[in-house]
Ligand binder design. Structure first.
Ligand code: FES
Length: 167
């Protein structure tokens, strides 16, 4: 089976352009960015996508799966409009990230890793965001940082996003 044809052509174009930056004998160098291109296009990374990428880069599937499962920026199941990534690393943990995580689970009525029924929020735990001096911290959709979190600031953030406001 030629899985190359199964990715949208805009995705293969991006992967091909990225592959050119590395020696031909090192196709694994393209995995991280290729996964990003696929996720940006399809919204998440299914097993099928990972198998297709392994085939496309001529790598053993495990090489792709180990990268996709290591980094919290990759979504291995469909996610909501807002992905709330609470930092669970040491500084944030010492500053109360765990109770905040439970607070969000209760407020959103979901468990860690799940998405709300209305498709608005997905709750994830992420590694250190390099905001340790303003712990506990969170990243929304992988780019927008929210720091010095409290139960009240989380409630406000969730309520504002529910009402369609920007961060
Ligand atoms: S430990 Fe949370 S930002 Fe560094």
């Amino acid at each position: 089976m030629n899985n190359k044809r199964e990715f949208d052509s805009s995705v293969t174009k991006q992967i091909d352009a990225w592959k050119k930056k590395f020696p031909k004998e090192k196709p694994e160098s393209s995995i991280i960015m290729s996964l990003r291109f696929i996720q940006d296009h399809y919204g998440w990374l299914s097993d099928k996508h990972l198998d297709m990428l392994a085939d496309y880069l001529d790598l053993a599937p495990i090489r792709v799966y180990e990268v996709a499962s290591f980094y919290s920026m990759y979504h291995r199941k469909p996610v909501g409009k807002y992905v709330l990534g609470i930092c669970g690393s040491i500084s944030c943990m010492l500053r109360g990230s765990e109770p905040l995580l439970h607070h969000l689970e209760t407020k959103l009525d979901i468990k860690l890793g799940d998405t709300t029924k209305d498709g608005l929020f997905t709750l994830k735990e992420v590694e250190c965001l390099a905001s340790c001096t303003k712990a506990p911290a969170m990243v929304v959709n992988g780019t927008q940082y929210v720091e010095d979190l409290t139960p009240e600031s989380l409630d406000k953030l969730v309520d504002n996003l529910r009402q369609g406001e920007q961060l």
